[in-house]
Design a protein around this ligand. Structure first.
Ligand code: NAP
Length: 470
């Protein structure tokens, strides 16, 4: 591996490329923060990455391109089908997989850099060895931690938190020992025998860190792993003396961290609780408990009549709308109701679906105007004077137990206050639970009508009924 040159020694063209790429990354993040500009944000980020790669390939240290071309082809052969074939509902696990590849790459670069310098008897300054240790720790723990997250989200591993007695003590002890080994290596980098121990401890810590987390905390974990991946890349930038890596890693690390805080706030959880609390223990809904309670249901025609006689309707989409890909039918429904003079809004919960902004992406894809989308805190005060709330494939994010049932795994998570509307209609296929594995008391209220069916088919039937004026 060629030793990277200090940024100040870089050819002018590389320096210009790095400057342009840094500016594009910052603009990309800015535009990604609003639905109306997010597509531009993605495009600009991609161009930035292209410019960064181009600038790097122009460095004089890179003398042969054959291996770069081979790895480019292998990466493309894996990446393109991964992006094209994965359904949007699987984006969280795909993201976890990408983080794990990123973490592995960073960890391997750190290990290669260490052995290259030690074997060539090059001195490693304390600062460089310190950040190299940080890079290796974060890189390898992100690798195994993200693989665990992937396994949980893909249901290859139990998605519930796996907890045992003394777990936090064991995790903390392992972390302290790993940091101790890292410090020892920093003081004496020639202690080569410690390096594999350090790597194994980092890999193990990644596994142990993620297995006690599960249920509704998974979105926060994904953004936290995103943050770790960014920080490890930034540390790698210090080791290789590459300013672009430092900038890009810091942007990634800090934005992931900010997103984790936003997600924690949305779920009413503290960071410590997410990391040490084993939230979201899946409780299964027994058939018996469902049978005892009664609920009312309606058919598409009846539901369409109720909608058409309302003056205000709030549509609350959730994971089921994503699974059914019902967003285009939902837009047709919204258009028809709006044409009749009915005030239609969409109530968006921050963790509805399976990834941050999932509902915004789907509704934007169906060209639903942004001014119709209302955040949870904006729509909730309007709920008590809303005629009809139509829940489409959302479950946990509408469950009133989150407000009052201290034994509920979602207790404390803010919800969309659907139960406060005059009439509630819920489209889903059965009385099954959602992600957190718990029953929803909203379904058994007197004012609630269950509309059983696939979201796309059911909304399509309602659109038909409204268009034919039945
Ligand atoms: P949810 O609680 O998982 O409920 C989704 C509901 O959709 C299910 O009850 C299911 O009921 C229904 N459904 C599934 N397929 C359907 C279809 N084809 N047609 C109609 N309905 C269908 O979803 P949510 O209310 O959106 O809440 C999100 C949950 O995921 C939260 O617990 C959140 O913490 C968690 N989570 C979020 C993220 C994120 O970043 N947003 C990431 C990971 C986890 P039936 O089977 O009866 O149809």
């Amino acid at each position: 591996m060629p030793q990277a040159a200090a940024t100040s020694d870089l050819p002018l063209v590389t320096q210009i490329c790095y400057l342009v790429a840094s500016a594009l990354f910052i603009l990309s993040l800015k535009w990604l923060s609003a639905p109306s500009t997010s597509r531009r944000g993605v495009l600009v980020g991609e161009i930035g990455m292209g410019v960064a790669i181009l600038g790097t390939l122009m460095m004089p240290e890179i003398k042969a391109f054959q291996w770069i071309i081979v790895t480019l082809l292998v990466g493309t052969a894996v990446g393109v089908p991964l992006a094209m074939l994965m359904p949007m509902t699987a984006v969280p696990q795909r993201t976890a997989l990408s983080h794990s590849f990123g973490g592995l790459a960073v960890g391997c670069v750190g290990a290669a850099e260490y052995y290259m310098r030690v074997r060539h008897h090059q001195s490693i300054e304390r600062f460089t060895m310190g950040v190299l240790s940080l890079e290796v720790l974060l890189g390898f723990l992100t690798f195994t931690g993200s693989l665990m997250a992937f396994g949980k989200l893909q249901e290859l591993l139990p998605s519930r938190p796996l907890v045992y007695r003394g777990q936090n003590f064991i995790n903390l002890t392992l972390l302290v020992i790993a940091i101790g080994v890292g410090v020892w290596l920093t003081i004496d980098p020639t202690k080569q025998s410690l390096f594999p121990v350090f790597v194994v401890m980092s890999l193990l810590f990644g596994v142990l860190l993620i297995i006690p987390i599960g249920g509704a905390d998974m979105p926060t974990v994904i953004s936290l792993l995103n943050s770790y991946a960014g920080m490890s890349a930034s540390a790698m930038g210090f080791v290789l003396d590459n300013k672009l890596l430092i900038i890009a890693g810091a942007l990634d690390g800090s934005s992931g961290f900010i997103l984790s805080i936003i997600m924690c706030k949305a779920m009413n959880r503290s960071f410590t609780n997410v990391l040490f609390g084993a939230f979201g223990q899946a409780t299964t809904v027994t058939a018996g408990s469902i049978e005892k309670k009664s609920y009312r249901s309606a058919l598409p025609k009846g539901a369409a009549q109720i909608l058409s006689s309302a003056t205000s309707v709030v549509i609350v989409p959730g994971y089921g709308m994503a699974v059914a890909q019902a967003q285009h039918r939902v837009r047709e429904l919204s258009d028809l109701l709006t044409k009749r003079g009915i005030d239609v809004k969409f109530g968006i919960h921050p963790v509805a679906g399976r990834m941050p902004g999932h509902m915004n992406v789907l509704l934007a894809e169906a060209d639903i105007p942004y001014d119709k989308l209302a955040e949870m805190e904006d729509v909730n005060p309007e709920m008590s004077h809303t005629d009809v709330v139509l829940v489409i494939g959302a479950n946990d994010v509408t469950n009133p137990a989150a407000r009052h049932d201290k034994s509920s795994p979602i207790y404390g998570m803010p919800i969309i206050d659907c139960d406060k509307a005059r009439t509630v209609m819920v489209i889903k296929r059965s009385m099954s639970s959602g992600f957190a594995g718990i029953d929803n008391e909203l379904y058994y209220m007197d004012k609630t009508l269950m509309l059983f069916g696939d979201a796309k088919g059911f909304v399509g039937e309602m659109v038909k009924a409204l268009s034919s004026g039945d």
